[in-house]
Design a binder for this molecule. Structure first.
Ligand SMILES: [Zn+2]
Length: 251
């Protein structure tokens, strides 16, 4: 009875996004999930690829929202016992740019987060972003919502209103590879090479920082600004990770 109780205690349920998987054998997969309740998890799904597997519906696809049941282990892989698809975002598979953008979101969840350190707001942002990407023609502006949320959760989202060096309110915003934060033009000049950003770009970044921007509304951001914003946020993510991720070159 004591053993049964301890097994029962280790069973967990969560909603999650499927972000990475590798085939473990002919019939099983090792799956990385980003779950709302437990953060990033890696689990073995025994027999998941068998057509008759009702617990896994014949295989676990990536970039899906799922409800999972798993045995939580203290060390090593957790054991996935059930994975039910809630949403598979068919629109992401209709255009290559959307698929790359969604893969980039999954890639960032896998590379920039630590196992079992949950962030419900990061999970919710990823879900909103995948939904936003589904019908989107302008993927970069939708992605910036997720990139900004990720940087905020990591504690490295820059201040877009004050210069990081002189602390004065910025009339124009600049960035330099050598600087830790955003700079006014006078301070930026001391760094040698620097880049100036348009006021449109800065306005959107301030909205993103205040969490008032939403993926759907971001679709209206002009293309030039969307590129600038993505460039800035992506370069901050690369700086945090100290490397590029697999999918970064495609978006
Ligand atoms: Zn300054």
């Amino acid at each position: 009875m004591a053993l049964r109780d301890s097994v029962a205690m280790s069973i967990r349920k969560s909603e999650a996004l499927t972000i990475f998987s590798v085939d473990f054998s002919e019939s099983s997969q090792i799956v990385t999930l980003y779950s709302r309740e437990y953060g990033k998890l890696t689990a073995l799904a025994k027999g998941s690829k068998r057509q008759k597997s009702s617990a896994f519906q014949g295989g676990i696809d990536l970039l899906c929202q799922v409800n999972v049941v798993f045995y939580k282990k203290r060390t090593g892989l957790h054991l996935l016992s059930q994975c039910e698809t809630v949403e598979n975002f068919p629109g992401l598979r209709k255009k290559l740019q959307r698929f790359y953008a969604a893969s980039y979101v999954a890639d960032l969840l896998a590379s920039a987060t630590v196992e079992e350190q949950p962030s419900a707001s990061l999970y919710d942002a990823a879900l909103l972003t995948l939904r936003g990407l589904e019908g989107s023609e302008e993927v970069l502006s939708v992605l910036s919502f997720f990139e900004a949320t990720l940087l905020r959760e990591l504690g490295v989202l820059p201040d877009f209103s004050r210069c990081a060096d002189c602390r004065q309110a910025m009339v124009q915003m600049c960035d330099s590879p050598g600087a830790t934060g955003m700079l006014c033009p006078r301070c930026a000049a001391r760094y040698g090479s620097f880049r100036r950003y348009s006021s449109d770009t800065r306005r959107v970044l301030e909205d993103l920082a205040r969490s008032v921007a939403r993926p759907q509304r971001l679709a209206a951001v002009p293309t030039a600004s969307a590129h600038e914003i993505h460039f800035l946020l992506k370069s901050r993510i690369v700086r945090f990770l100290q490397s590029e991720t697999r999918t970064m070159r495609y978006v």
